[in-house]
Design a protein around this ligand. Sequence first.
Ligand SMILES: Nc1ncnc2c1ncn2[C@@H]1O[C@H](COP(=O)(O)OP(=O)(O)OP(=O)(O)O)[C@@H](O)[C@H]1O
Ligand SMILES: [Mg+2]
Length: 269
Amino acid sequence: MPAKEREEDIKVSKTLSKIKNRLLVFSGKGGVGKSTVAANLSLAFSMRGLTVGLLDVDIHGPNLAKILGVEGKRMDVSPEGIKAVDVNDNLKLVSMSFLLQDPNLPVIWRGPLKMKAIQQFLGDVDWGELDWLVIDSPPGTGDEPLSVAQLIPASGAIIVTTPQELSLMDSRKAVAFAKSLNLKILGIIENMSGMTCPHCGKDIDLFKKGGGEKVALELGVPFLGKIPIDPQIVISTDEGKPFIGTQPDSEASKALMKIVKSITETKAH
Ligand SMILES: Nc1ncnc2c1ncn2[C@@H]1O[C@H](COP(=O)(O)OP(=O)(O)OP(=O)(O)O)[C@@H](O)[C@H]1O
Ligand SMILES: [Mg+2]
């Protein structure tokens, strides 16, 4: 192996040696709520006093800075390395969006270049000691989750799905992907799982309900929980105020906190 590549590998290993738990959030289908889950999960960990690094490996559509209200901030890049953006005292974020001159222009990169960027986000960032590194992926089983699986061994994986068959079909592939890459599947989250009508209070199963749970059972992987549709989530996400912080008593927040508890308890064993 050339000396430069070996040097990069050593830097990544050094970073990883200081991180207790690694968690990849991904999905078969797009728009199912991965970034929303990754951001709120990370914030929930940080609110429990855990130190968290959030790595946005969605190179083409990085959304986490917007969701966490730190859009427009920059990561300092110097010969000493890259500095993550602080979201709060316990949570820091690294994302391609902090490096772009114009957030409206696309990043047009092929696989190897994306892998290199992810490697640098790991090796050249001083993440420090972390309880959790949470990684948010673009949809599908492409270059980015593959790079993560290769670069970050012993990662846990959470698969986010919505309940309708169209999304479940792709989630089965996501589970197979995680299994074939030896990721430890922490479980499936069913997001956008039913909603309560804000006008009449009756339940509406907009994208059906229970499909994620059924697939988890069918594939023999843990089911982590259902998060309902909540129109407030769209509003608070657009405003950069994650719902776990702004609406802690909502059904969605309660569901997410149960998921957080189950993940931290699983990891403790
Ligand atoms: N439980 C929910 N209730 C209401 N809206 C939600 C919920 N979860 C996510 N959303 C909204 O759905 C949209 C898509 O969510 P998000 O960007 O997190 O999905 P994603 O899976 O990361 O998308 P992509 O595949 O493009 O990365 C956002 O506008 C978000 O606010
Ligand atoms: Mg996303």
